[in-house]
Design a protein around this ligand. Sequence first.
Ligand code: MRU
Length: 366
Amino acid sequence: MKVDGKHYRSIWFNRQTGTTQIIDQRWLPHDFVVVDLESRADFAASISDMLVRGAPLIGATAAFAMAAEMKRDPSDANLDAAWEELHETRPTAINLRWALNEMRDLLRPLQESERAQAAHKRALEISEEDVETNRMIGVHGLEIIRRIAAEKKPGEVVNILTHCNAGWLATVDWGTATSPMYHAQLAGIPIHIWVDETRPRNQGALLTSWEMNSHDIPHHLIVDNAGGHLMQKGQVDLVIVGTDRTTAHGDVCNKIGTYLKALAAHDNDVPFYVALPSPTIDWTVKDGLREIPIEERDDNEVTHVQGKLADGSVTSVQISPDGTPGGNPAFDVTPRRLITGLITERGVCEASPEGLAAMFPEHVIR
Ligand code: MRU
């Protein structure tokens, strides 16, 4: 998508430097910083310290990390060590394990001399597949927006609420939840986005707002607590969110606060959709509440906020009294009964074992 009118992806391989490059998302929207990733430590820190974030981008970064590691040392021992270290970086987004397994399963049977090239090729493919997957989520999600526009809001603006950043910055390109929005804009359907600020890290305020600004999509930034009120007032026609892990039975784990939006949407008959690329489905788990590990992050993210000062510098300030500890679960689980539908790259399905099995018959749900 675009930054100041220029096309960017969130991650790419630079042939001149021989490095993987990313946009360091910790400084957006105030500073646009591109960072080179070379060593295993660089890649691991880029994920755990959230220079990159968002489930699909975490997966793509892990794939490029494995490729860089195979160039350095293609041994079995290094393949396993890299898998382990990268897998430890963040616990909830399943795209991480998916991408690491894709790479290991491909590389393990190969001769050591073949691994670097094969790993690089597969990392590039994973990145391209992510772009196409998200484009197709947009194509299918557009039909939902088109239907709501025609049936409920003829000639009026369709109001869409989203939580966190499931935008192009969270993927390689297009985004998941935002792809239907970008497609609606291209189709000339008037939309307006309610952007949840998404405390504690404010991915909505910092990143989704920036994306919407860059693409001239009308939007308002709202505090996390405003969504229910707007739904009661009939000012939300549709919710679209992303996911970090969806179970084979259709429960959705996403950024903390998603569940409360789903409850409010259910109470107000507002359709609640989840944009779901297939690598985000964990076919090994059924019950999201019991089986998905929820990342607990540093309480500093809750007790402090980061922002821009009048002189343009970006800084962090404490908002709570000295000594008050913060609690910081980073994700929650929305039970499938609250979800209207899952927007996948193959089409829209019910959030249920049957819905997912019909959409992805190659996976056996036990
Ligand atoms: O902690 P983050 O910023 O990595 O969390 C991101 C989200 O929760 C997104 O909604 C999810 O990864 C989907 S991104 C397409």
